[in-house]
Design a protein around this ligand. Structure first.
Ligand code: AMP
Ligand code: MG
Length: 336
């Protein structure tokens, strides 16, 4: 090797070494940061891609903290939560309610209007009589006593005064059909604030993906409502939210009837037209509320609502296990 070549070669190596040092010192080796926790009575999952370990870990921790905060605010299982206080006092007179709680109640009201009342947070006026873990259900008399208090129009939001009031005694609200989606939206916003461009946040049946999964779409499965571990579809998604409502989440069976957590506000009984309803769209708060609504409405009316909305698609599993799709559903399965 001539001296010149040796020099070139040495320079080559030193440039390479400098590049390597630069790579490591700036921490360019990006990685996935992930966690799974049980919050809000459900499984929370967070994934974030970041090239700075500290920021990546901080982002994921901040999402989990936000889930705890929302749970403290909106859980009807916590006697000290804001929603429990509203439920205790809003029939007596206007109850103070935060901007955030009022905003979510208004979103719920919008979905109630859109779905002809299939989505109705006052379902809880009768819903509180069920306990799916303890196999408790109301009899026909208890349902007909409570049912007159189910009507989303009984909830009055006053944004100037910052209050919520109920039009009559016996009204209760529960945000279980929309709050998880909202929490997922907040989680994605927090990942973005930390500079994350590729990520995923899920809370039970509600998921939102941020960007793609490093050049490929995320793949989100829709589980088979009757066979654990099996899936009825696998959807490639980028920058979308997806929510599934199913009769297998919280249920018990008695005398051949499946009693589960999605209540038809018209009857006070578990909705029985479908096994699951999945809605895909740009916002997890809306896909959450819409999947619950479509579950109540069934194939024809449910798909009617989704087909009337831009950017939302649905796939339903009926009681015979058959799949039904919204008109634009094939856009989701488009080849990469
Ligand atoms: P999801 O799993 O998102 O469909 O939400 C189910 C939860 O929504 C239930 O556990 C209840 O808290 C709540 N819920 C049940 N029925 C209704 C309804 N008709 N309208 C609004 N929320 C409901
Ligand atoms: Mg839902």
């Amino acid at each position: 090797m001539s001296e010149l070549n040796a020099l070139r070669s040495r320079r080559h190596w030193s440039v390479l070494a400098a590049c390597c040092m630069l790579l490591f010192s700036t921490g360019v080796q990006a990685e996935w940061f992930e966690t799974e926790k049980a919050i809000m009575g459900t499984a929370i999952g967070v994934q974030a891609w970041h090239d700075d370990k500290q920021v990546g870990e901080k982002a994921v921790a901040a999402v989990i903290e936000e889930m705890h905060r929302i749970d403290r605010l909106m859980s009807t299982y916590k006697p000290a939560s804001e929603i429990s206080r509203v439920n205790d006092t809003a029939a007596l007179g206007p109850a103070a309610a935060s901007d955030e709680l009022r905003m979510l109640i208004r979103k719920a009201e919008y979905i109630s209007e859109l779905t002809g009342g299939a989505f109705d947070i006052t379902y809880a006026s009768v819903g509180f009589l069920y306990d799916f873990r303890q196999r408790v259900r109301p009899d026909a008399a208890a349902i007909s006593d409570a049912l007159p208090s189910v009507n989303f129009r009984f909830v009055m939001v006053d944004d100037l005064a910052g209050t919520v009031s109920f039009a009559r005694e016996g009204v209760r609200i529960d945000l279980g059909g929309i709050a998880k989606g909202y929490a997922v939206e907040r989680g994605i916003a927090i990942l973005r604030e930390h500079g994350v461009l590729h990520g995923l946040v899920s809370a039970g049946g509600d998921t939102r993906v941020l960007g793609d999964r490093l050049g490929r779409p995320w793949r989100v499965g829709i589980r088979d409502p009757r066979q654990d571990g099996k899936m009825v579809a696998l959807l490639p998604l980028k920058d979308e939210a997806i929510s599934t409502s199913g009769d297998y989440e919280r249920f018990f069976e008695a005398e051949g009837v499946r009693y589960h957590h999605i209540i038809n506000p018209g009857t006070g009984k578990s909705a029985a037209l479908l096994r699951s309803a999945t809605v895909v769209g740009p916002d997890a708060t809306l896909t959450d509320a819409l999947s619950t609504s479509v579950f109540v409405l069934g194939v024809e009316e449910g798909l009617g609502v989704i087909n009337g909305l831009d950017n939302f698609e649905a796939v339903l599993v009926d009681n015979d296990g058959r799949l039904h799709f919204s008109h634009g559903f094939s856009r989701l399965a488009a080849p990469e």
